[in-house]
Design a protein. Sequence first.
Length: 172
Amino acid sequence: MTEPTKTKNLAQHGFAPLEWSRARDLLAADTPTADLTFFVATVRPDGRPHSAGVGGVWVDDALYFKAGPGTRRAKNLAKNPACVVSVRLRGLDLTMEGDVVRVTDPATVARVAAVYREGGWPATAVDDTLTAPYSAPSAGAPPWHLYRLDLRRAIGLASAEPHGATRWDFAD
């Protein structure tokens, strides 16, 4: 289980720090069935930012998303794996930072494909890629590569009780 090594309360006005379990439990409960869009921000080779909405899933305590190898996001990640992923959850805005790794283990790809199917997207694992009869146009043509975010830092801003703002660090 991914647990923070350090927590910093960013809230003003006396709010207590938020628990990481709140964000983690919302991610686990709401992906893939809730209508969530994760925004993946990467860096182009010339240093300009790029952001794209993706369908992500939280599986076995990690965030996964896909991209066609010809997409701008995949090209950027091949050169620089650092990225930021943001999502609005029920009562919590969450930003996650870290490095992305392409998942090439067929068993993991199959496990994530099964979770996508639970949410209604008919993904199939083919060796180390995903395929399906359709996807968002921004994903590029199938087959798609699967990526996992190795979480380094997350920031949560609560828009529902209990309110607060907290940064969680997952690595020194």
